[in-house]
Design a binder for this molecule. Structure first.
Ligand SMILES: Cc1cc2nc3c(=O)[nH]c(=O)nc-3n(C[C@H](O)[C@H](O)[C@H](O)COP(=O)(O)OP(=O)(O)OC[C@H]3O[C@@H](n4cnc5c(N)ncnc54)[C@H](O)[C@@H]3O)c2cc1C
Ligand code: FES
Length: 259
């Protein structure tokens, strides 16, 4: 159920080029149950910027009432967020949207998790949940360059982890699909989050396998009221049917929406 709360910053640090790890504490954490959901953050106590920023839930620790987000500084809102110090609080609305279906796969089955850049974070909590169920996970994580790589060790602790960088400075040179071409097994399902071009390529590559795709779209309200985030339903020739990424997604079945 959606709630909102001023949550305390218990840790906030830079972990890669322009990438920050932010740990927040508060009772709202107890409502965070599904990996792939996101929160809508008010980055300051004032009105500039006015709009909240959607950020994925990366990891949940219900015992400590804490959850972790990873974000990239890309514009005015995330720049302000990066200046918030440990001990301060930020107002959080969430958890929002529908996450990845963890129970789709059974014990002993194989999941392929494919993340690109700032689409990697929600796959971490997902991977934890899948491994807890006895699902074998393989991760393919794509970044621009070595300095942008994050959470490699964390993913390696859960399953085989392959890194691709566009400039070849770390891991395989190229895209996540270049690594996927070399896989020696066929996954029972795939889960993916990242830039639209990557999602399209992954969906095309695994067209015979069921997959779950988390979309990133510019958002306003985050709760299904403003229509800022709509995307078209696949196969709808009238082009009149749409889904709201914030409340119908952000996770959709492969082939469900136009990427
Ligand atoms: C469901 C979801 C999960 C996301 N998870 C993460 C995450 O875990 N880590 C992370 O770094 N980023 C994530 N993003 C992208 C993140 O929301 C944007 O990078 C961020 O809002 C940019 O804000 P800004 O102030 O830096 O940029 P600005 O360009 O100043 O933002 C201006 C406006 O555009 C919106 N906006 C800009 N870029 C995006 C974008 N790519 N997606 C959605 N809205 C955008 C902002 O929310 C704001 O309303 C996610 C987006 C969505 C939709
Ligand atoms: S952001 Fe308002 S409807 Fe999705």
């Amino acid at each position: 159920m959606i709630g909102h709360q001023n949550m305390k910053i218990v840790s906030h640090e830079s972990i890669a080029a322009d990438i920050y790890e932010l740990v927040l504490e508060g009772e709202l954490t107890k409502r965070m149950t599904s990996p792939g959901q996101f929160v809508h953050i008010k980055v300051t106590t004032g009105n500039d910027p006015l709009l909240r920023r959607p950020i994925s839930i990366c990891s949940i620790d219900p015992d400590l009432n804490q959850f972790t987000m990873l974000y990239r500084v890309s514009g005015s809102g995330t720049r302000v967020l990066a200046e918030r110090a440990t001990g301060a609080s930020v107002h959080v609305l969430g958890p929002l949207g529908n996450g990845f279906p963890v129970d789709y796969l059974k014990h002993g089955e194989r999941a392929l998790l494919v993340g690109g850049g700032i689409g990697v974070p929600p796959l971490y909590e997902l991977s934890k949940r899948l491994t807890e169920r006895g699902v074998h996970v393989t991760h393919i994580l794509g970044f621009q360059t070595e300095k942008a790589v994050f959470y490699k060790k964390e993913f390696e602790a859960l399953g085989d982890t392959y890194i691709a960088t566009v400039d070849g400075s770390y891991g395989t040179k190229g895209f996540v699909t270049d690594v996927a071409d070399q896989l020696s097994f066929q996954p029972d399902a795939y889960y993916t989050c990242g830039p639209a071009a990557m999602l399209k390529a992954v969906e095309a590559k695994f067209k015979d396998i069921n997959g779950f795709i988390s979309m990133e779209q510019r958002m306003g309200c985050g709760i299904g009221a403003c229509l800022a985030c709509v995307c078209h339903v696949a196969g709808d020739e009238s082009n009149l049917l749409y889904k709201k990424v914030c409340s119908d997604g952000p996770v959709f079945k492969s082939g469900e929406v136009v990427l």
